[in-house]
Write a protein that binds this ligand. Structure first.
Ligand SMILES: Nc1ncnc2c1ncn2[C@@H]1O[C@H](COP(=O)(O)OP(=O)(O)OP(=O)(O)O)[C@@H](O)[C@H]1O
Length: 321
């Protein structure tokens, strides 16, 4: 069953020198029960994509396309409607989760404000739920009476995850939630997300990261973005084991592997820089860095080609019309 279907979504930033085309014709579907990974280098539009689903503020502008969430187009919701479904149906754990909580309020007051805004009237009941959830993420119930600044970074991260999921959102969006964390804390966060799914607290997760190795541990499906476009999408295992797009191949080759001596063997980064999203080329956006670029690449945008079951990539090398 479909949880979210995004169709040809375009989200730009309006700047004095023109539009930054951060999300430019993106389509995908997140199914109920899956962890959907969004990967790509910094600046490719991952955050813009997920934030545009709920928190559009100028200079971010919806320029076209739909985002059908449980049948409703998120792009057409009023501020009021969007606020209503946030936390109860769709929730975002922000990129800087450790600092996302209001520092002037106790955790239990943050949670009560949020619950009240969504129609809850019994404070006792909400605080009981908070204590249960704190226990789930291995935090003491005393945390409810503490201010965010009294918590360590890892604890604050977990508290933010509790707050974001307290009202059982169907779709949870985790935007680079692990990037500022050490490996051990990263594992805790991944385990917690799995746990939220298993317990039925959330039904689907969109997990955004630049770290493909980490994504492998959690995602069922992966969508790889480059310069505002999707270049490849498919089952996680298959994309990792048999990447079809040169960009995905290079991203994977740039990951350090266990047991390889990098003093002797060079780690292959991706040379060059992403193109400007103010004036992207009309053809493939990766052609300036692609080792296989052909004459057609700067001229014509590649279409998606099916390379496996539910696995698609957009590259002229793969044929297509
Ligand atoms: N407020 C803004 N005004 C203009 N351009 C912006 C704004 N915010 C982001 N951008 C641009 O939009 C593009 C996409 O940025 P976005 O943050 O979505 O990428 P990202 O893949 O999430 O990267 P990161 O992980 O570093 O946040 C980038 O070129 C960025 O410079």
């Amino acid at each position: 069953m479909s949880m979210l279907r995004v169709e040809d979504l375009r989200v730009y930033y309006s700047t004095p020198v023109g539009y930054v085309k951060a999300v430019d014709g993106v389509s995908f579907e997140v199914k109920e029960g899956e962890v959907f990974g969004v990967a790509g280098e910094s600046g490719c539009g991952k955050s813009t994509l997920v934030h545009s689903l709920i928190l559009r503020k100028p200079p971010m502008k919806h320029m076209g396309g739909k985002a059908l969430f449980k049948g409703r187009d998120l792009m057409q919701l009023s501020r009021e409607e969007a606020r209503k479904i946030q936390y109860t149906e769709l929730s975002i754990i922000p990129q800087y989760a450790m600092n996302a909580l209001n520092p002037t309020k106790k955790i239990k007051d943050i949670v009560w404000d949020l619950a009240r805004e969504h129609g809850y009237t019994d404070r006792e009941e909400v605080e009981k739920l908070l204590r249960e959830r704190l226990a789930m993420v291995k935090l003491s119930p005393k945390v409810a009476d503490m201010y965010p600044v009294e918590l360590s970074g890892g604890m604050r991260q977990r508290a933010t995850m509790v707050v974001s999921t307290l009202l059982n959102p169907d779709l949870l969006i985790a935007d680079e939630v692990t990037s500022a964390l050490d490996v051990t804390t990263q594992r805790v966060v991944i385990e917690l997300l799995h746990y939220f799914m298993e317990e039925g607290i959330v039904k689907s997760i969109i997990f955004v990261t630049h770290d493909l190795a980490l994504l492998k541990q959690i995602a069922d499906t992966v969508m790889v973005m480059y310069a505002g476009k999707v270049v490849e999408i498919g089952p996680m295992e298959e994309v990792i084991n048999d990447p079809a797009h040169p960009y995905t191949q290079m991203l994977l080759n740039s990951l350090p592997r266990m047991g390889v001596h990098y003093k002797r063997q060079k780690l292959h980064g991706i040379s060059g820089y992403p193109i400007s999203l103010l004036n992207p080329p009309k053809g493939c956006r990766f052609y300036t860095r692609c080792p296989y670029a052909m004459d057609v690449c700067p001229e014509k945008e590649p279409k998606f080609v099916r390379v496996g079951e539910d696995h698609y990539a957009a590259c002229h090398m793969l044929g297509g019309e």
